[in-house]
Ligand binder design. Structure first.
Ligand SMILES: Cc1cc2nc3c(=O)[nH]c(=O)nc-3n(C[C@H](O)[C@H](O)[C@H](O)COP(=O)(O)OP(=O)(O)OC[C@H]3O[C@@H](n4cnc5c(N)ncnc54)[C@H](O)[C@@H]3O)c2cc1C
Length: 168
């Protein structure tokens, strides 16, 4: 029984990972980027192509899976410092860098417009801060529409499109 479960799990993992044809070749300056990110001590998870499973999961975040390019790395920043460190590495190496919030760009621009970008994923920035006095709300880019809807419970209104898709 245990063997059966292991084999099933293995097959699922293999099938899952093979949904994308993740290039095995290295991106330009990949080693230098890896070193810089490593030395920056970014706290959030970092997934290069060789971390097939996590990297595929990151590609799966994209709404339009027909427009998939293959970034060098996904950096899951958990705070502003992480974002700054990733940007510094990109600037130092003149590396193409892009921010991803929800991954709902029809064109897939959240992972760049071609292969080999450094993607800074902002999903962890999902805080909403409300200042009742000034009647303002600061909404992190990692929020989805359904979180923003909840502002209505506190007397706020937020004009959003795509109402049929709360996870947008
Ligand atoms: C099913 C569906 C319905 C939609 N309906 C509507 C609609 O009704 N009205 C409408 O206007 N649009 C609609 N869109 C389009 C969608 O709103 C845009 O594509 C929007 O950019 C998606 O936001 P995102 O956070 O998912 O962007 P992402 O896909 O993460 O990124 C899109 C672009 O914005 C940049 N970006 C992302 N986050 C940041 C950031 N924090 N700082 C700087 N740059 C950033 C990325 O680098 C990329 O270039 C819809 C899309 C889908 C898939």
């Amino acid at each position: 029984m245990t063997t059966y479960l292991y084999v099933t799990f293995f097959l699922i993992t293999i099938i899952h990972a093979s949904l994308y044809h993740i290039p095995v070749s290295k991106c330009p300056k990949e080693a230098a980027l890896r070193k810089c990110l490593d030395q920056s001590h970014i706290k959030g998870p970092i997934y290069f192509r060789d971390n097939t499973s996590a990297y595929s999961d990151d590609l799966n975040v994209e709404y339009n899976r027909l427009v998939i390019v293959y970034p060098t790395v996904f950096v899951h920043a958990i705070d502003v410092l992480d974002v700054q460190k990733a940007i510094k590495c990109a600037a130092k190496l003149k590396y193409p860098i892009v921010a991803r919030s929800g991954g709902h760009s029809y064109e897939g621009y959240g992972i760049g417009d071609r292969d080999c970008f450094l993607v800074v994923d902002l999903a962890a920035f999902n805080q909403i801060t409300i200042d009742v006095t000034s009647q303002t709300a600061v909404i992190g880019p990692g929020n989805r529409i359904k979180s923003v809807y909840k502002l209505a419970l506190q007397g706020f209104a937020f004009p959003v499109h795509g109402l049929e898709l709360e996870d947008l």
